[in-house]
Design a protein around this ligand. Sequence first.
Ligand code: SF4
Length: 100
Amino acid sequence: MVSVERLPKPVQESYEWQYRAACSGLDSAQFFAPASERGPKRERREAAAKAICATCPVIQECLDHALAVREPFGVWGGLTAPEREDLRRTRPRVTLRRSA
Ligand code: SF4
């Protein structure tokens, strides 16, 4: 019998969570900073984006995706890019070992 467990998931299945996103249909500018944005204006925009994420039914899927692809911009899964990078660095890594 052929095992398909190790094959990658179909693309549509991998991204279906996005159909349930709380940000679906909203202005993406809420989640992605203009290059010149700094200081309190940036903090307010990110806080508003994070408030939307906090209500999102797929926040974990979104964060997992952003971490997996090392998404370098925007608020994903309730975290900014620097926050995701911090999480990625401190998160324990899973390694597979073969028994001898
Ligand atoms: S967690 Fe935030 S960025 Fe991710 S899908 Fe939900 S609302 Fe959008």
